[in-house]
Design a protein around this ligand. Sequence first.
Ligand code: 5AD
Ligand code: SF4
Length: 453
Amino acid sequence: MKPQTPPKTYRVKSFGCQMNVYDGERMGELLAEKGITPAPEGEEADLVVLNTCHIREKAAEKVYSDIGRLKKPDGSKPMIAVAGCVAQAEGEEIMERAPSVSMVVGPQAYHRLPDMLDKAVKGERATDTDMPAIAKFDSLPQDRFGARKKRSPSAFLTVQEGCDKFCTYCVVPYTRGAEISRPYNDLTNEAYKLVEAGAREITLLGQNVNAWAGEGTTGAKVGLGELIHAIADIDGLERIRYTTSHPNDMDDALIEAHGSCDKLMPYLHLPVQSGNDRVLKAMNRVHTAESYLKLLERFRLVRPDIALSGDFIVGFPGESEAEFEDTLSLIDEVRYSQAFSFKYSPRPGTPAATMDNQIDPDVMSERLHRLQARLNRDQIAFNEASVGKTCRVLVERKGKFEGQWLGKSPWLQSVWFEATQAGEVEIGDMVEVELVEAGPNSIKGALLASVTA
Ligand code: 5AD
Ligand code: SF4
């Protein structure tokens, strides 16, 4: 590769989960420390970081078409770094298949991006897919103002990474590595800095966020519930959320926090994947449909209005029609407020990819269609049941039309409302609205008052 002009501007394009969004922000901070600035909206950057997702085949293949499409106005290619889980899983292949890529950096190694960039400028291509557990966080900029420049009032904070569960369909344990928890003090400090920089809502992130474990201020072992209580003590922070949880890592303190911590929002994303015990076993999920339902009951007991969300996979190898129907029954029982559902996608290197009885793609499509019809039914019903309620909305951005504002209800519904007077509402305000009209994906609110400016 020829030596390249040092980039002046960058753009990070993050795909997939919210953890990637967080990682993308942190890579941006590293580049900003080197004096590289975010490319203005609509302009191609000198350096593009593709922060990729490997969870399903479609997501993983996307990186190659994206690399092909990247062009600056003069027809030349920007400098390209491939980061994220495709980088981790297919690093060498990317370097071979895509000669225009200068850097390949895995999710646990991106703190080394600045050094790799120096090499790339000299014309040396660099790959780093090491997994040095916690080292990354210690080497990232401590000042979080960089990432908050766009001043979204909602911030992510990675508390835990990696996965030891080895569900048989999933690449995450291979791409993100073993479960690690960041230390308690680092997290309360980072949360404080985020709030100081304008965050009013913090979403705690982890592949198994409720597996987070640490030592509290007294040295005692604490879990996510206690961490949430500690972060809730930060003045100026209004809302706390967390995602994604695993049923087997739930503990009493976290469930209790939903009853006792006002700042913890009434929303739980708890993937189940299937409602059939044989399939769950083949997936190595360890829980059963019944143990999952019992767990949800405990949340509903302490927080009766809690909105429930989940993930589903249809067409796991060997899934029969009757087994699929068990998933539909589970959905009927839970009544999710929203959910994510996918066709099973065989991932190289995972046990399920070589299992017998892979399901015909047409059967998968048909099952997904039926499953999503049920989930949509429940999402609409949930939204309709909200009409007439008064709630707080954290204003996140302007809507498409003049005077329109968008934000989230406590139950993570998108709410839009109108406020036409100049200065009446600002991004980051917490406003009180009455929910007046439900759509499938959003709710119309009527502004009652601005609670805090
Ligand atoms: N195929 C389809 N969906 C998958 N997920 C994870 N791996 C696969 C796969 N191989 C889904 C699960 C998980 C979500 C993040 O992605 O539902 O909870
Ligand atoms: Fe993947 Fe299962 Fe780990 Fe979730 S718990 S990241 S689905 S292996």
